[in-house]
Structure formats: structure tokens, C-alpha cells
Design a protein around this ligand. Sequence first.
Ligand code: ADP
Length: 181
Amino acid sequence: MKEKVIDGKTIRIIQGDITDQKADAIVNAANSKLLGGGGVDGAIHRAGGSSIMAECDRIRKEKGGCPTGTAVATTAGELNARYVIHTAGPVWTGGEKGEAELLASCHRESIRIASDKDCRVIAFPGISIGAYRYPAEQAAEISLATVAAELGESGLEEVRFVLFSSKNYDIYANALERLEK
Ligand code: ADP
């Protein structure tokens, strides 16, 4: 575990399974149709139960889904959290299609929603760094810098990044080390 305090708020990097986390909000690396899938999305729906997908179905019917770079909250079902915040990260296609801004937007929107819902602790996975192929070093830098910039104004006290593999843990921990502030 590695942590840094910025503006009186804590950013923490943890290696593990995000579905084991106790937090106010757990962020899901969803797809824009909110249809569930593999990776962390599948793990969250499996561990949280069917009430999460029931709300995703309703959101899909009402608004068509969750456009890339935006976020939407549902129940956390049986997870140890109040909300799952689903955000659709960008698919990496080389960096010329606005991927960095979309990835930053995922983090800004998730923090804004969590803060509006009076959350204190939010846990993020490594959004876009799996099936969506975003280079993890770049994703870590953007994700951490965005969170650090948003944290002070938010009602949040702690942001966790929960990485499954030791390789990605090291990448995010190194990015936190380098984060200025
Ligand atoms: P994306 O489609 O946004 O790239 P993925 O789910 O494919 O999302 O991968 C995002 C990251 O989440 C990957 O590094 C993957 O190894 C990791 N991951 C998968 N399952 C879990 C889990 N249960 N907890 C935390 N991280 C996970």
C-alpha cells in the first residue's frame, strides 16, 4: 500500500480485488451500453448481484447508456459500498482520438457524482488499462493528476486505486510517488 496526502485528503494505491473493498462508492470500468462484460465489470456484477444490472437496464432504457467519459451511479447491491459508479473509459487507439481527456473526464465525473452523494471514500480500478488497452503508465499519470486536482473541492476524504496485478500496482504507486503537490 502506498499513500500521499494532498490538500488534507488521502490518495491510496492498493493491490487487490476491488470487490473486496469497503468504501462509499466503488467505480466500475463499464462500457457505454452498461451491458456488463469481462474484467472488473464482470467481477463487480458477479459480486454485487443482479440488482446492479437491473438499475443499469433502467438507465439504458431512459438515456441509452453512459457515453464514453461520463459516469452514472447505481446501487452497489451486495458489495460493501453504497454506490457503484459506472464510467465508460476510452478505448486506446493511439492517443490521437481524445483518449487522455476522456480518461480524465471519467475520473472527474465519478468524483463529482460521489461528492454529490456525500461519499467520503471512493475506490477506482485501473480504468481503460485492461481490454481497452490504454498504456498503464500514461493512464496512471492522468488518473492520479485528475483526482489530485479534483479532490480539494470535493467532499471526499479518500480516493483509492485498487490494482489487481503487482505490475499495475507498481505503475500506479510510482505515478503517485511522482505526483507533484
Ligand atoms: P477496461 O475495459 O476499462 O480496460 P478491464 O476490466 O478490462 O477494463 O480492465 C481494467 C483493469 O482492471 C485491468 O488492469 C484488470 O486486470 C483489472 N481488474 C480486473 N478485475 C479486477 C478486480 N476484481 N479488481 C480490481 N481490478 C480488476
